[in-house]
Design a protein around this ligand. Sequence first.
Ligand code: HAM
Length: 418
Amino acid sequence: MIQLIRGFKDILPDETETWRYIENMAIALFQSFGFKEIRLPIVEKAELFQRSIGEHTDIVEKEMYTFVGSKEQLITLRPEATASVVRSYIQQKLYAQEPIQKLYTIGPMFRRERPQKGRYRQFYQINAEVFGIASPYIDAQLIFMLWTFFERLGISGLSVQLNSLGCPACRPAFKEALSSHLASKTGKLCADCIRRQDKNPMRVLDCKVPSCQEVIGDAPSMKDYLCDECARHFDAVQSALGLQGIPFVLNSRLVRGLDYYSRTAFEIQTNALGAQNAIAGGGRYDMLVKMLGGPAQPAIGFAIGLDRLVSLVMQGKYEKELTPDIFIAALGEETREKTFEWSCALSVAGIRTEIDFSGKSLKALMKRANRINAANVLIVGSQEIEAGAVVLRNMATKEQVTIPIDGMVNHIKKHLAS
Ligand code: HAM
């Protein structure tokens, strides 16, 4: 038998309900904050990711699925969505219609990481990106929106990790200080970090290797190097989060795995998923639009890791919503036509209806109704059809009511609503 590729997974029907529930909740909430959907290709020129995410990041160095397309062009399965949203904002001149754009997009991303629990090679994200707003209030509002989303899903045990990564005016001095700190401890760094300590020393702060963590422990901190403007921005973000009662933890080691960030960087972490504890991450990328050839427009955004979020939600109390409202137990061949018609009419009326055409016994049908968590069973035999009324049994309370066949859909609708 041909099997799945390692790091990829099937999302089966008992899980997709939770996926859709989460996606719908995100869409409704994001729309109420003014976001509109954008849908983008899952492939882009490799150069887009090399230039935006950064040449010396794990993603670009080791994790991209890149192949040669026509005319020898290097094509990459997108490892993230921000670069594509920025590309589209520039290419489609969205800024010319209105520089302030709030966009969300949902879909698969691809990274050739070492697969483990919560880490896949095809995974899904909900992204939200805001262009054209420099105010620190939007940073706080995005984090507030994200926090509200997790609250609505009933998720607890979360923390907001917050940092400022400075800007091109103040970061070089920090990088230099970090580089010389690392140079004095090269012996303790892993091979990747030795390679990166000059070109991209901030990536070392991200390294999970224990000996590198030790070196990072007493490394200089970006907060001591922030210029006045960055410091003011960061303070304002914190006060606005305070106003909304969002608990956050300042984490000066939070650099995120992508190079395009400036100023605010954040991550939402959970204590319930083990090593892969980040369920969302984001930050400002004020330089990226210009760097990719667009106008100088500030931007900020985040991505939620749907795979991890779904497993959190499924560990919790969330009840599946999409179980049948009605299961029709049709007894005997002579009920087949009528029940077929009714099942179509009930479904069209928006009542989740399941019917079993197998002709099995009432006992077997009740067993199946139980298995699929049907809320009610409509019991239909030839006697009921002759008498002009059928029995509707509530599977939880065992209560039974008689429903007239004439106008049945409306009767059932009213009964379910009551
Ligand atoms: P990221 O931190 O690389 O950021 O990914 C965001 C989230 O995607 C992570 O917190 C995690 O939940 C999920 N994720 C990442 N890799 C995997 C994986 N291999 N398997 C399962 N889940 C994964 C970004 O992608 C940025 N583009 C976020 C952003 C948007 N920044 C600004 N705008």
